[in-house]
Design a protein around this ligand. Structure first.
Ligand code: PBG
Ligand code: ZN
Length: 326
C-alpha cells in the first residue's frame, strides 16, 4: 500500500490530531536547571558570555530555585564560585563551602520541592583551574580521587540528592560510591559526566564559573570528540563502577552518541546542553534572527528524541515558560 491510498498528511490536518500523535513530548519535568552561586557576592552578577544567566549571592538561592521549581522543573544543578582558591581545592569540600551552604539553604527553604544535584569537581577551587590536583606538570589521577570523594561526602552531608562528578578522572565513580557508602550515604545517587568531551563550547561557562585552566588544557582527561567508541567505553566503565545516571556532554552536536548509548545501555541517560549551545542560540535571538522559545523547544525535543531521559540546560526556565504557553 502506498500513495494514493496512503497519505501521511491525513493525520496532520488539525492541531488536536497533531497533538494526539506526538511521539516525543518535551516536558519541564525533563529538565535540570543549573544554578551558579558565588561566595561573597551581595547581588546578582550578570554572565558576560551568558546573557540572561546570573551568578547568585547565597541570599537569593532559595527564591531563585523556588521560582525554577514553580515552573515544574524537578531538579537544579548547583555550581559554586568560591572566594578562595588553593592548590588542594580545599574550598570544594569545606563544611561551610559555597555549594554546601547553598544545598543547606535549598533543603531548609524548599524541603523536597526540588531535587538537588551538585557538581563535584575541583576546577573552580584549584589555583591551577584544573579539574584534578597538579603534580609537576601533570594532572594526577589517583590523588584527585580522594579529594573528589571528599567533596561528594561534604555535599551529601549538606543534603544533596545527587552528586555529579565532572572531573573526568578515571575511577571517580568508584571512589565516590565507596566514600558515600562508608559515610552512610547509601541513598545519595551519582550522575557522572561519563562521556564529557573536550569542547570549545564550554568557554562561556569558564568565564561564568572562573574555572579556566591557568596552564595547558583539559585534553589529558576529557574525551576527544573524534572517538565515539572511547565515549561508549567511558559510559561502560562508569556503569561498572556503580553509577546511577550517565551523561553525554555536550548535547546538540553529540546526538549520535546519545542515541548510541540509548541503544546499548539500560540506564538513565542525561544530556548536558552546555554553555556554548546556550550562547549560540541566545546571540541569534538577541539579534532577532531566530525565535528563542521555539528554537529552544526544537533543540531540546531533538535531544530527548535522540534518547536522553533528562537534559541539563541553561534554557530550562525559558523552555518551561514556552511549554506553558503552548
Ligand atoms: C568543569 C566543568 C565545565 C563545564 C561543566 N563543568 C567546563 C570544563 O570542563 O572546561 C562546562 C559546562 C558548560 O559549558 O555549560 N568541571
Ligand atoms: Zn572541572
Amino acid at each position: 500500500m502506498s500513495y494514493p491510498h496512503v497519505r501521511l498528511r491525513r493525520l496532520r490536518q488539525s492541531g488536536k490530531m497533531r497533538e494526539l500523535l506526538e511521539e516525543v513530548r518535551l516536558s519541564p519535568k525533563d529538565l535540570v536547571c543549573p544554578v551558579f552561586v558565588q561566595e561573597g557576592a551581595t547581588s546578582r552578577v550578570k554572565g558576560e558570555s551568558m546573557p540572561g544567566f546570573e551568578r547568585l549571592p547565597i541570599g537569593e538561592v532559595v527564591s531563585e530555585v523556588g521560582a525554577i521549581a514553580d515552573l515544574g522543573i524537578p531538579a537544579v544543578m548547583v555550581f559554586g564560585i568560591p572566594s578562595h582558591k588553593d592548590d588542594a581545592g580545599s574550598s570544594a569540600y569545606a563544611r561551610d563551602g559555597i555549594v554546601q551552604r547553598a544545598i543547606l539553604e535549598i533543603r531548609k527553604g524548599l524541603g523536597q520541592k526540588v531535587a538537588v544535584m551538585s557538581d563535584v569537581c575541583l576546577c573552580q577551587y584549584t589555583s591551577s583551574g584544573h579539574c584534578g590536583l597538579v603534580r609537576g606538570d601533570r594532572i594526577d589521577n589517583d590523588s584527585s580521587l580522594e579529594v573528589l570523594a571528599r567533596v561528594a561526602v561534604s555535599q551529601a552531608e549538606a543534603g544533596t540528592d545527587v552528586v555529579s562528578p565532572s572531573a573526568m578522572m578515571d575511577g571517580q565513580v568508584r571512589a565516590i560510591r565507596q566514600a558515600l557508602d562508608d559515610a552512610g550515604f547509601k541513598d545519595v545517587a551519582i550522575m557522572s559526566h561519563s562521556a564529557k568531551h573536550r569542547s570549545s563550547l564550554y568557554s562561556p561557562f569558564k568565564d561564568m564559573a572562573h574555572s579556566a585552566p591557568k596552564f595547558g588544557d583539559r585534553k589529558t582527561y576529557q574525551l576527544p570528540y573524534t572517538n565515539p567508541k572511547e565515549a561508549m567505553r567511558e559510559v561502560e566503565t562508569d556503569i561498572a563502577e556503580g553509577v546511577d545516571i550517565v551523561m553525554i556532554k555536550p548535547a546538540l552536536a553529540y546526538l549520535d552518541l546519545i542515541a548510541m548509548a540509548r541503544s546499548r545501555f539500560n540506564i538513565p541517560i542525561a544530556a548536558y546542553s552546555v554553555s556554548g549551545e546556550y550562547a549560540l542560540v541566545k546571540a541569534a535571538a538577541m539579534n532577532g534572527w531566530i525565535d528563542e522559545g521555539e528554537v529552544t523547544l526544537e533543540i531540546l525535543t531533538a535531544i530527548k528524541r535522540a534518547g536522553a531521559d533528562m537534559i541539563v540546560t541553561y534554557f530550562s526556565k525559558i523552555a518551561a515558560e514556552a511549554l506553558g504557553r503552548r
